[in-house]
Write a protein that binds this ligand. Structure first.
Ligand code: FAD
Length: 452
């Protein structure tokens, strides 16, 4: 699964294709333009799918439309956060760096910018994001709305680095928030699920730009778990992906370096093609799963590369899947991971995709799954052509039993009652949501049920 290559060009292409897809829909605004997410697991029809070019246009849309309004970013959430039968608004056209502060190392972006654009434009002004997720095609607002994260014991989710935001409410009012201005709204808006309003601008705390050395080591799973546990404080970023039926795992570490950038090399076989072939074969012939996982582990070998952080972070995920991910207290992470893999084997779950294990540091945003606790993130994936329900039904109770909170952008079966138990500020968030959006225009059916 891990990328060996820089796919920034590809990411830009993806963003462009996605823009084209949306714009095609916009060309026929009266014909209930459709939308679906990246995996194809969520879709909806809309009264309109609109692309404001300016904040004034956005305000005018909000004031002139009626019914439910939702913002859509890159469509990379698996959970039903986006769907509407009302108006979908994309800020795709409102992108780019607005200003930067070289002393404070802060920068303000239009919220429709994709992460790939954010990180590359930051590098032009000698700034870098503290951390990035596995992909960089999300929009900035979309990634922040779900507490998107990377890995690293000392590194927080992206929302934790927001210092200020501009929010346009469903009524079209403009609200600036930060720790000193509308402080409660700020605590809610940093991870908002798009439920408070449309975020148009975000200021991020960054650092000076930096280079990373990525190392991938392939080993048996128990060795990988031991290695990660022992070295979790040695590397700024560490994670592993395990194929439980083939007993192979890939440990990925990133460390800051002054070494020169390594030249980009082309592998003799594209790993995404290989993975798609293997996933399809395992789907059709479940008996071949463990053999294929083992074989795949042999194809992927240890490797090292060096480059600017924004080029090293992103992977390419060309093979579609659906995903469930929970954030657990860090202390129980390895134990829970053992249990998840044992359950996969015991139930002979028909899954080819690997389990992913990462670390995320605590923050204080009200709906951050990392609220007030250092966490590990455990995720399980299922090939998009296969039913994920049997797998997630076995794994989810294990992750919940260990105190897990689900990733907002990924599949889970929790209800408002469950969220109330696991989020100390659940009632505060609901209060702010009702205050800012008294007619619940910003809530789709899923969120209306969740916040009931
Ligand atoms: C292949 C793949 C890899 C992934 N890897 C990771 C990973 O490594 N780490 C991780 O944490 N997550 C990961 N994710 C999940 C992903 O980062 C989140 O679901 C993220 O929210 C997607 O961003 P998006 O721009 O696609 O937003 P969307 O999915 O389009 O929307 C997400 C939410 O943001 C809201 N939103 C969008 N724009 C605005 C706006 N302008 N104002 C207010 N609300 C807005 C939407 O209403 C919605 O509630 C991955 C997903 C995929 C498909």
């Amino acid at each position: 699964m891990s990328s060996r290559r820089q796919f920034v060009t590809q990411s830009a292409l993806l963003a462009f294709c996605s823009t084209l897809a949306h714009r095609t829909a916009l060309a026929t605004p009266d014909s209930a333009p459709g939308w679906s997410n990246w995996s194809g697991g969520q879709s909806c029809s809309n009264q309109a799918l609109l692309y404001p070019q300016t904040e004034a246009e956005l305000v005018s849309i909000l004031k002139s439309t009626q019914g439910t309004v939702r913002a859509v970013g890159g469509g990379h959430s698996f959970s039903p956060l986006v769907p509407t039968r009302g108006t979908l608004i994309s800020l795709e056209a409102m992108n780019g760096l607005i200003s930067h502060d070289p002393k404070r190392l802060q920068a303000t972006f239009h919220a429709g910018s994709r992460i790939a654009q954010v990180s590359s434009e930051l590098s032009n002004v000698d700034q870098g994001l503290f951390n990035e997720a596995d992909i960089n095609v999300q929009s900035l607002a979309g990634a922040l709305s779900t507490a998107t994260h990377g890995t690293g014991r000392q590194l927080q989710c992206l929302s934790a680095y927001i210092t200020a935001m501009k929010l346009i409410t469903a009524e079209g009012d403009v609200l600036h928030c930060s720790r000193s201005e509308h402080a409660e709204v700020f605590q809610a808006a940093r991870v908002s699920l798009g439920a408070l309003g449309i975020v148009t601008e975000v200021t991020l705390q960054n650092r000076h730009s930096y280079a990373l050395k990525e190392q991938i080591r392939v080993m048996p799973i128990s060795e990988a778990m031991h290695y990660v546990d022992q070295n979790k404080d040695r590397f700024s970023h560490i994670e592993f992906m395990a194929f439980p039926f083939g007993d192979r795992a890939m440990v990925k570490t990133l460390a800051e370096t002054q070494a020169p950038e390594t030249p980009v090399t082309t592998p003799w076989i594209d790993e995404n093609t290989l993975l798609e072939f293997a996933a399809n074969t395992a789907r059709k012939h479940p008996w071949s799963n463990s053999g294929l996982q083992h074989l795949l582990g042999m194809f992927v070998s240890d490797s090292t590369r060096v480059g600017p952080s924004w080029k090293i972070y992103p992977s390419t995920r060309a093979i579609r899947f659906n995903e469930m991910e929970y954030q657990l207290p860090a202390a129980v992470g390895m134990q829970a991971c053992e249990e998840v893999m044992a359950a996969m084997r015991q139930h002979r779950l028909d899954v080819f995709f690997p389990l992913e294990f990462r670390y995320v540091a605590a923050d204080d945003a009200w709906l951050s799954p990392f609220h007030d606790r250092d966490s590990v993130s455990i995720s399980v994936h299922q090939y998009y052509r296969q039913d994920y329900h049997p797998i997630f039904a076995v794994i989810e109770p294990i992750l919940r039993r260990h105190g897990g909170r689900p990733h907002w952008g990924k599949l889970n079966t929790l209800t408002g009652k469950d969220f109330q138990e696991i989020y100390p500020h659940w009632a505060d968030f609901k209060r702010i949501q009702r205050q800012i959006d008294p007619h619940s225009r910003m809530l789709n059916r899923y969120l209306r049920q969740t916040f009931a």
